[in-house]
Ligand binder design. Structure first.
Ligand code: PGA
Length: 252
């Protein structure tokens, strides 16, 4: 089912697999139409199925990533890039090792830097110098965050060192052995950086995201719900499974 609410184009799918396929189709068509696209990529549990589907299409020779540049949304800080909890490791294992993107075209905030300010400024500059992000993939946190822009982050913020809040540490602890192991900080594109993307595709799956999705779409635009700022972006497609859409289906 497709619905439009405000600026949002919303696609409600039957399940996680269909959500992942639709999202993969959007990435693939972006790269076919503009082979030198700049892709903004996300990590977390939600896009894993989309990456699998992209790899499947790549193996069928339907898409070529040799001219694509990628910029990841965020990375824990500090963390060794070899650590299997780093987003560098995640991206290599879930996507980059399986497609023909060039190493020099991959950008992930440097989690090993001693100079955070310089790293963040460079990151924004690199995105600008290559013409900006053509297509940005986003997930959404249970608390409405995008990237690691937690509630009450300035909407203007560019790439910066962010503190993870309690809810995010709790949510991310499912990927770690112990909650104490979850990093407390991350380098993250800011809302200001994300809003510069020409097109945004946001994915959400599961009931735990339903409240955040409802607030993003129908709520007041406020820093307390970082994703609510997307109401002001002109080209956002939201792809949901039924569970994540459960609170908006009867409201439209
Ligand atoms: P998840 O994270 O995909 O692991 O649920 C999404 C997010 O926190 O942005």
């Amino acid at each position: 089912m497709n619905i439009n609410i405000g600026n949002f184009k919303i696609i409600i799918t039957e399940n996680y697999e269909e959500m992942s396929k639709k999202a993969s189709d959007m990435v693939i068509s972006q790269v076919i139409i503009k082979p030198d696209s700049n892709l903004g990529l996300a990590t977390g549990g939600t896009p894993v199925g989309m990456y699998k589907e992209i790899i499947r299409n790549y193996e069928l020779d339907r898409v070529d990533f040799s001219k694509v540049k990628s910029f990841n949304l965020d990375e824990y800080y500090p963390i060794s890039r070899d650590n299997n909890q780093s987003y560098t490791y995640y991206m290599n294992t879930n996507l980059f090792n399986h497609i023909n993107i060039l190493k020099e075209n991959i950008h992930i905030p440097n989690s090993e830097t001693n100079n955070v300010i310089e790293e963040c400024e460079n990151y924004d500059k690199m995105m600008e110098d290559c013409g900006g992000i053509d297509l940005q993939i986003l997930g959404i946190g249970n608390n409405g965050h995008i990237g690691f822009n937690e509630p009450d982050t300035y909407f203007e913020a560019r790439t910066h060192l962010a503190d993870l809040n309690k809810e995010t540490i709790e949510a991310n602890s499912r990927y770690f052995e112990k909650k104490e192991d979850v990093p407390k900080k991350a380098l993250s594109m800011g809302i200001g950086s994300i809003m510069k993307a020409k097109k945004i595709v946001l994915l959400a799956s599961g009931e735990s995201k339903a409240k955040a999705v409802e607030k993003m779409i129908f709520g007041k635009i406020e820093p307390g719900v970082p994703a609510s700022i997307l109401q002001l972006h002109e080209d956002v497609i939201i792809i949901l499974d039924k569970e994540a859409a459960s609170l908006i289906i009867n409201k439209k």
